[in-house]
Design a protein around this ligand. Structure first.
Ligand code: CA
Length: 234
């Protein structure tokens, strides 16, 4: 198995030291950036398997780094490390395309579990499946699991990795309602996750914005009040 590469973008040297030590101990290759500008450069040039991104950085802040990475069409998993408790920062981060966040001070064990889950998720998607089952065709909407993209009316929806997996998971189970908790466990790979499941709502909202003709009146991703979400054929 090839060595996975993790980019650490963080200006506090002692935190970088702890992260590097633990990541290398687990067999990851590490890259480091101490400001946002260098972080962005490495993210684009080195194409890491995951980015650990601090928000408060000199130069360019973490929000801008994350947004730019997504604007460039990169779907690299981004795990935000934030000292901020403010809910709006977390939601904004997810809104700008981050996959996950963890609040300082964090436990190394929790962080490593998140790193592993986010990398495993991508690896699972990339591993080949039999071609016949690789395509979900709903007429206007086509999901190509093998190639990893979804298109509507022939146009690539340009989903992030997470959005793509969420759509694929729901669309592979037409009509079946999944709770936020279930989606957290199955799409996010957080086994027994009991934390904040609002990330699911944010991801659903972003997905609808790209997928639906009218995101306010979704035709594909439907909310079952008090229960969760399900996919229906248009
Ligand atoms: Ca910082």
């Amino acid at each position: 198995m090839d060595q996975k590469k993790v980019l650490i973008v963080e200006d506090e040297k002692n935190i970088v030291d702890i992260l590097r030590f633990n990541l290398q101990k687990e067999g990851y290759e590490t890259l480091e950036a101490y400001d946002g500008t260098v972080g962005l450069k490495l993210a684009l040039e080195e194409n890491p398997d995951l980015i650990l991104l601090d928000l408060m950085l000199p130069g360019m802040n973490g929000f801008e780094v994350c947004k730019t990475i997504r604007d460039k069409g990169r779907s690299t998993p981004v795990l935000i490390i934030t000292a901020r408790e403010a809910e709006k920062d977390k939601i904004l981060g997810l809104d700008l395309g981050a996959d996950d966040y963890i609040t300082k001070p964090f436990s190394i064990r929790e962080l490593m579990a998140r790193v592993k889950a986010n990398i495993r998720r991508v690896t699972m998607v990339q591993s080949a499946e039999p071609p016949a089952e690789n395509r979900l065709d709903f007429g206007r909407l086509v999901i190509d699991k093998g190639a990893g993209f979804a298109a509507k009316d022939g146009e690539n929806l340009e989903l992030t990795q997470r959005e793509f997996e969420l759509l694929t998971y729901l669309a592979s189970n037409v009509g079946k309602v999944f709770s936020r908790q279930e989606l957290m466990e199955r799409v996010w790979n957080y086994e027994g996750y009991v934390g904040d499941v609002r990330g699911v709502d944010v991801a659903i909202r972003r997905l609808r914005e790209k997928l639906e003709d009218n995101p306010a009146q979704p035709k594909y991703i439907i909310t079952r009040r008090g229960a969760g979400y399900y996919f229906q054929k248009d």
